[in-house]
Design a protein around this ligand. Structure first.
Ligand code: DON
Length: 325
């Protein structure tokens, strides 16, 4: 790393100039007052409109952060690509995709629908993520208790994030579980259609899903996870090979086509980068072979994406040629 620094052989050689652009984009988006914080789960309704942070981590470990980058937020749907990555890594793509599809649903994230094979459409929506949780719980180290499985998943996420420690928000977890009529409906609907592996304990599987949504991190930490995905599965901070390249390719492909709710097609068209958003206002954005970005700002547009985060992505593509095509 030091040799490369002296030779200016970084993937973004003029990092100081790059940061100036990022700072301008940050301040421009800060004055955006559009959107409303998610309110369908009482604990999420307490988030502040004001919070706004952006963190960047390049594949060679250059980092920059601005704004509220150390304030914790719950992962929510940003956990979906992570549990999917873990299932691919531990069970392999053939097993995972015996149970869950790879097609955008074209519908809301929590809609009560399955695809024409009676499988959930993809792992980035609630049905698919609940299913992935059942695979991790039932097929990967099935002897583990729910408590052990929680630690096991947390430490896997932490390895994606350069061994940074994640938190857990118990109030959000309890609130999430109380306000989960739709998720339970999805869970039972999938059981009716025999979507789960044999021996799945649905109650445990739902709890595990709510726990993954309620894990906490911040922009700084999440940008390292995005950078690990940008770097073919090798964490740029620890140099640990956390994911196989084929797992990363699958995760990024589905983030690209399904990661931004019912805006995924438009986002793929306009921004052309794999990304995943969550109802806490976080967005993971991956610029393959360059860097990972995390933005966080709770006010959401009607489709559920962070308004400031989207503005930031639009501007990023205007200033730099990161669009894949
Ligand atoms: O209601 C839920 O399941 C949410 N806590 C899921 C989080 C989310 O960000 C929506 N995503 N696809």
């Amino acid at each position: 790393l030091i040799t490369r620094a002296f030779r200016s052989q970084f993937v973004i050689p003029d990092f100081q100039d790059f940061i100036k652009d990022i700072e301008e984009m940050y301040w421009a988006a800060k004055s955006n007052t559009d959107g409303k914080v998610a309110s369908y789960i009482p604990q999420l309704a307490r988030a502040s409109n004001e919070n706004w942070g952006v963190s960047i981590c390049t594949i060679d470990g250059q980092r920059f952060s601005i704004g509220d980058v150390t304030v914790p937020f719950t992962l929510q749907s940003c956990s979906k690509p992570l549990t999917y990555a873990m299932a691919l890594e531990t069970l392999g793509p053939d097993v995972v995709h015996k149970y869950v599809g790879t097609e955008p649903s074209g519908r809301n994230f929590n809609e009560l629908i399955l695809d024409y094979n009676m499988k959930p459409h993809n792992p980035m929506i609630n049905a698919g993520a609940i299913l992935v949780c059942s695979l991790l719980k039932t097929l990967d180290k099935p002897e583990m208790t729910l408590a052990e499985k929680f630690d096991y998943v947390m430490s896997f996420f932490s390895r994606l994030a350069g061994n940074e420690v994640l938190g857990f928000n118990n109030a959000v977890f309890l609130s999430e579980r109380e306000a989960a009529d739709r998720n339970y409906a999805l869970g039972f609907y999938m059981r009716e259609h025999k979507c789960y592996p044999e021996k799945t304990n649905l109650r445990e599987c739902m709890d595990f899903y709510f726990q993954c949504c309620s894990m906490e991190a911040n922009c700084d930490i999440m940008s390292i996870m995005a950078a690990t995905l940008a770097n073919g599965g090798i964490c740029p901070i620890t140099d640990e090979k956390v994911l196989r390249p084929d797992s990363v390719r699958n995760v990024l492909s589905l983030m690209h086509s399904c990661g931004m709710y019912d805006y995924s097609g438009q986002f793929a068209f306009k921004v052309g980068l794999p990304a995943k958003s969550g109802v806490s206002g976080a967005m993971l954005i991956v610029v393959p072979n360059v860097m990972g970005i995390c933005t966080w700002s709770p006010p959401l547009d009607p489709l559920g994406n962070s308004c400031r985060g989207l503005q930031f992505c639009d501007e990023l593509i205007k200033r730099f040629n990161f669009h894949k095509y």
